[in-house]
Design a protein around this ligand. Structure first.
Ligand SMILES: *[C@@H]1O[C@H](CO)[C@@H](O)[C@H](O)[C@H]1NC(C)=O
Ligand SMILES: *[C@@H]1O[C@H](CO)[C@@H](O)[C@H](O)[C@H]1NC(C)=O
Length: 677
């Protein structure tokens, strides 16, 4: 009765099976930059000219800093020679397993996007760009390769110790239906050289080896990606957990990661100067680098979103997209005994990242499908928030995320996977200027820290080359029906502010020493049943503190080896008066959901019919993948006043699904609003 649901997440109708698409591919692209003489990036005229050699089945591009070899015509990256390293890629791997694109499509089939012909696009002293293409043809066995035209590009520039890679993929209208769930480049680096991995300032360290993850050296934990190292080649890792998902980061932060060879004092870095070609917006999490040694450039995936991602491509809808360019950067330093070179290499890679961002969109890219800056447009405006229960005046949307993405419903950007997205954060006054937008038709979306729900501007925005769209003042009216009676958490689309327990000492990954990463430790879901062994959470409004008393994930209770039971959390609160004739609102914002279901009951925990249920929702696997959020969902639940009574009231939140530890939700924020005044 009287319930209103507004889910800002696209309640996906995608019917296919629950696939946890996950792959561990390694990629690494190798380029070299030498720190001492590195001026070359700005000064294209420095350094040797770029030379292109074609042998029978190998294309070599050499600029005197790096020598890149690519298989002809497959387009596999075979090697990058840099400084003292004849090849930074693993020479013992087969050609298809060194540096390659791959795509996961229908039913988990993996297609390595093998090209059929090579073409020289640009060949000057300053730059060589080559293309490896394949045109898809229907064959009797047409399910054997993904219905997609492929154009993989490599660029080597004069004076630049590295390699730019991008892909132009398209589907013609008559291509058959296909799911395309994951697209990426993988680099598999030289195993005996690269042992030190860096993903952020805080997340850096020596890593176990691929062998350490093999039988006899480790124990597989709750899922195959997570292992406990029991007999690692380097005894320092004994008792540590390894799981590639512990190194995931949000798109907005996923712009630099890689490895260092201590023996050579050489760094290999994947630099991603723009997120325009990634899917799911700024907060979608993706893999980076992991044991192998592997580095990935993730373009499309279902990670931390699952089947809600819009990755089904229908016959009749032609599609084309440019992924990248990404930059594979190599640098070197003089090896120094106190290991200062690692910092030197990391800091130089960060400097190079800033340089690449400054050069975006690259004007040296030849494809006409990649517009240069003068062919792009700009959108400016100011976002304000109107919530009269918080402030009579309009409030600036400070540090809000504002973005353009394919037209859709409010919030649809987080599951959008086919187009380009352009995001920026507002300043303290809510002003924003989104630059370098590709021509196209978009909706403008936003979300504002501290406010629930999703903003969408109620008109489409068409970008034409060179135009500047001035939107002026935009006003966001977040969901709000009455004054706040109480609230739990911060509306920030994550569960980070809640109680994240210490890991079980037997399942620690020592690289996650930064407090900001503590939720990425393994096995926190099991801590719930240990910490709350005498009963589920009872939260007393006004007394409890959500940082200590509200567990970050609403997981089932473990009651046996493979047995779990639903859990019911209580929110106890006092209402001094109740207007029985009026309507109250429970604002329920979720930060993640994986086959979970939240049921809401008021004052009667045994009521057969809950006042509200989310129904079973979500595939984002945020709990198992150590994310602190997956996809955001928001529900405004109407509560008739006669459900409450004067004095003590209890809201019962039951997470009903309990087949395993990972059927769960995470809350972002909960608020009870009184009747409108
Ligand atoms: C809640 O707990 C946190 C963590 O212990 C603490 O920093 C904070 O001050 C507490 N808040 C209140 C209102 O007591
Ligand atoms: C929770 O589990 C208990 C015990 O298995 C069961 O009796 C109850 O109906 C379940 N509650 C809900 C809301 O499904």
């Amino acid at each position: 009765m009287g319930k209103k649901i507004s889910s800002s997440n696209s309640g996906s109708l995608v019917l296919w099976l629950v696939i946890m698409v996950e792959f561990s591919l390694l990629f690494s692209s190798v380029f070299c930059a030498e720190i001492s003489t590195r001026q070359s990036v700005e000064g294209n005229t420095k350094g040797s000219q770029v030379l292109l050699h074609r042998n029978k089945d190998i294309v070599l591009i050499d600029n005197g800093l790096v020598e890149v070899s690519i298989e002809d015509p497959s387009g596999y990256l075979l090697g990058v020679k840099y400084k003292t390293m004849p090849n930074v890629l693993e020479t013992q791997n087969i050609n298809a397993n060194k540096g390659y694109w791959d795509l996961v499509w229908d039913n988990d089939a993996i297609d390595k996007l093998v090209a059929e012909r090579m073409e020289i696009i640009t060949q000057t002293d300053e730059l060589v760009e080559v293309s490896f293409k394949k045109t898809w043809k229907p064959t009797a066995d047409y399910r054997s390769t993904v219905p997609l035209n492929i154009d993989k590009r490599y660029i080597v520039r004069r004076g630049v110790p590295g390699l730019y890679m991008y892909g132009i993929f398209d589907r013609q209208a008559d291509f058959p239906d296909a799911h395309m769930d994951q697209i990426r480049i993988a680099f598999k680096l030289k195993e005996d050289k690269f042992h030190f991995m860096a993903v952020s300032d805080a997340k850096q360290g020596m890593m176990p080896t691929a062998e350490d993850r093999e039988a006899g050296r480790c124990q597989v934990l709750a899922f195959k990606e997570a292992v406990l190292l029991t007999n690692p080649t380097d005894p320092r890792f004994k008792g540590q957990v390894d799981d590639k998902y512990q190194y995931s980061v949000e798109n907005k932060d996923n712009n630099l990661h890689g490895w260092i060879s201590d023996a050579d004092a050489v760094g290999f870095w994947v630099i991603t100067p723009s997120n325009e070609f990634r899917t799911g917006g700024p907060h979608k999490q993706e893999l980076t680098s992991h044991v192998g040694p592997v580095s990935l450039s993730m373009f499309v995936s279902a990670h931390y979103a699952g089947n809600d991602m819009d990755s089904f491509y229908r016959k009749g809808n032609p599609w084309k997209k440019v992924f990248g360019p990404v930059f594979i950067y190599l640098n070197s330093a003089s090896p120094d005994p106190n290991q200062g070179y690692r910092n030197t290499l990391w800091n130089d890679a960060k400097r190079q990242l800033r340089e690449e961002i400054r050069s975006w969109p690259y004007n040296f890219v030849a494809s006409e499908d990649f517009p240069h800056s003068e062919q792009r447009g700009e959108v400016n405006g100011q976002l304000l928030v109107r919530d009269r229960y918080m402030d009579k005046n309009l409030m600036p949307a400070k540090s809000a995320f504002v973005g353009l993405a394919a037209p859709g419903n409010a919030g649809s950007w987080q599951t959008e996977a086919k187009g380009y997205q352009f995001w920026i954060q507002t300043d303290d006054t809510g002003l924003f200027s989104i630059k370098n937008i590709r021509p196209g038709v978009y909706h403008l979306y936003a979300w504002v820290y501290g406010f629930i729900g999703d903003y969408k501007l109620d008109r489409t925005i068409t970008i034409q080359p060179g135009n500047k769209v001035q939107l002026g003042k935009l006003i966001y009216d977040p969901p709000r029906n009455g004054p706040t009676l109480w609230e739990i958490g911060i509306p920030d689309r994550t569960a980070a502010e809640f109680f994240v327990p210490e890991p079980n000492p037997s399942f620690v990954n020592a690289m996650l020493k930064d407090n900001a990463d503590r939720f990425r430790q393994y096995g926190l879901w099991d801590r719930y049943s240990e910490i709350y062994r005498h009963g589920d959470i009872v939260y007393n409004v006004g007394v409890s503190n959500y940082s200590k008393d509200w567990f970050f994930a609403h997981v089932p209770r473990k009651v046996g080896l493979n047995a779990h039971r639903n859990t019911t959390w209580q929110i106890r609160h006092n209402l001094q008066e109740v207007n029985e004739a009026a309507t109250y609102t429970l604002q329920l914002a979720l930060a993640a959901a994986s086959h979970g279901e939240v049921q809401v009951r008021i004052n009667d925990p045994t009521a057969i019919q809950p006042l509200f249920t989310t129904s079973r929702i979500g595939f984002d696997t945020a709990v198992a993948r150590h994310g602190i959020h997956g996809l955001y969902r928001h529900y405004s639940i109407n509560v008739p006043g006669n459900r409450f009574r004067r004095g003590e009231n209890t809201i019962f939140l039951t997470q009903k699904r309990s087949r395993n530890s990972f059927q769960a939700v995470m809350y972002d924020y909960i608020r009870l609003e009184g009747p409108a005044v």
